[in-house]
Structures are given as C-alpha cells and as structure tokens.
Design a protein around this ligand. Structure first.
Ligand SMILES: [Zn+2]
Length: 274
C-alpha cells in the first residue's frame, strides 16, 4: 500500500490542485488506485509513481466521492482494462456538478493546471458493499448514506487492515459538510467501531491511534449541530448561524475560515426541518 499525503490547503495555481491524499494498492495480479488528485497533472504524477514500482495492470480506479481534488486526475488513468468505480450516486453527482467544477477551477487554478481535466464517471457502481479482487488481496468497498457528500465510499484493504476513508475522515483540515451533518455524525460513530489497523483520511496524516484520532472531528460536528439547534430554537437567522455556529472550534482546525460558515449554512438548512 502506498499513500501520498497532500498539503492542507485549498486547490490553487501553486499546488496544481494537489491537496487530497491519494493511494494505490498492489495485488498479485493488478493495481487499484484510490483517488486521482486535483488535476490531470497530479494524476500523471501518481501514474508515474505507480509505474516506478510495478508494471501490473491498473484494473480499478476508485473515487471516494465527487469533489474535484479527488477526481480531476481521472483522465490520466483511462486505459483499456481499467474500470472506474464509485458510489451509486457518483455518476449523477458528477453529471450535476462536473461542468461547474471545471469552470470554477479553470478560474481558480488557470488553464495550465486544468489542462487535460475530464470528468469521468464510474461504470462499476457500489450501492452497499462490494469486494474487488487484486489477486491474493481483496478490497472491501462500502457505500455510505449521505455524510461528507452523498457519494461517500470507503475502501478496506482486508489483508493489512488499512482503511482508506476518503473525506469521511478529516485530520487537521476542518471537516467539510456537503451532504448531511447528521449523516456525517452517524458515519463518524460507525467508523469508530470498525476494527482497523490504520486509516488514511481524505486530508491529513495517516492515523494509527484509532478511533481516538476521530474524536476532534466528532467534537466539531457535534458542536456545529448543537449550536445550530440552539439558534433555531430561539428563532435566529441563517446568517447568524453562519457567523456564530461552531466558532468555539476555530482554534483547533486549519482552513476553518474557508469552510465553517458554509458548513453552518448547509447544516442550518438541514436541521431547520428536523
Ligand atoms: Zn471532499
């Protein structure tokens, strides 16, 4: 198993979108890639890193969810015999948001960084659980109900006990809620009960102290939920929620200012209807 730990940053011109953690696993017969990066360039670099270690065919490319930093490198892996794999909702999500992502990041990262980026949807879809065989090594894929997004997929390497959690697990990088706050809390609790040897989060360093390393994420999400419930109970507006909810967590996270208000707004809209 090989993992590249990305920088804690937003995708920009300087980093070519290379911020997410990317991994690959080599079996006796084949290789699987787990997330491809935030540009075709980053995808090509990942491909080169794989080819420096093995000539085995890349049989599967798994995208853990629809966000650009995890899927924009897909084009580098289009080849005969390579199957793209994702959550059953991923084709729909990419169709709905893909063109917007490409436009938005062309403005943010520039034409050079966006060269070669293509939205490539999976053709092998996971609706519950699925096992992929790499020869002497199997991966257990699990599709989750809406949490970080509504396309979250985790990958367990059953031989090593390593869990590739995608953005269902954040370390240092403030958790991002783009699916369901309540779902994200439920997924966090369910993940804590999984017996794993090591976890590769979507952002931040690899984790061996499990499930304790999940505690900051649980605390942040619960804080956001409780603050917003209290604001709704006293009739506060969504703007007030965006400005105040979760603020006590500010000192614990990187990119807090970039995401917290957005998280609070999304969570307010969700919790208003409880
Ligand atoms: Zn994400």
């Amino acid at each position: 198993m090989f993992a590249h730990i990305g920088d804690i940053a937003l995708m920009n011109r300087e980093n070519d979108g290379a911020i997410a953690n990317l991994s690959f696993v080599i079996g006796d017969d084949a290789v699987v890639v787990i997330d491809t990066g935030g540009s075709a360039l980053e995808g090509s670099r990942l491909l080169a890193a794989i080819r420096s270690r093995t000539d085995k065919p890349i049989r599967y490319v798994i995208n853990t969810h629809l966000h650009p930093d995890h899927v924009f490198g897909n084009a580098a892996f289009v080849a005969e015999g390579t199957t793209f794999v994702g959550h059953k909702n991923l084709p729909r999500g990419l169709a709905a948001r893909g063109p917007f992502y490409v436009d938005a990041f062309r403005r943010i990262m520039g034409d050079d960084a966006m060269a070669g980026v293509k939205i490539i949807a999976p053709t092998l879809l996971v609706s519950d659980e699925m096992r992929l065989d790499l020869g002497g090594r199997s991966l257990l894929l699990k599709a989750w109900p809406a949490a970080h997004t509504d396309t979250d997929l985790t990958v367990l390497d059953e031989k090593s006990g390593i869990l590739f959690a995608g953005d269902l697990v954040f370390v240092r990088h403030v958790p991002v809620v783009d699916g369901s706050l309540r779902g994200f809390l439920a997924a966090t609790d369910a993940l804590a009960h999984m017996p794993v040897a090591k976890v590769i989060p979507g952002h931040g360093a690899g984790i061996e102290d499990w499930p304790r390393a999940l505690e900051p994420q649980r605390r942040y999400l619960a804080r956001l939920r409780d603050d917003i419930r209290a604001l709704i109970a006293r009739g506060a507006s969504i703007d007030t929620a965006a400005q105040t909810a979760g603020q006590s967590e500010k000192g614990y996270w990187e990119l807090f200012e970039d995401y917290n208000a957005r998280n609070a707004t999304a969570a307010f809209a969700e919790l208003e209807w409880e």
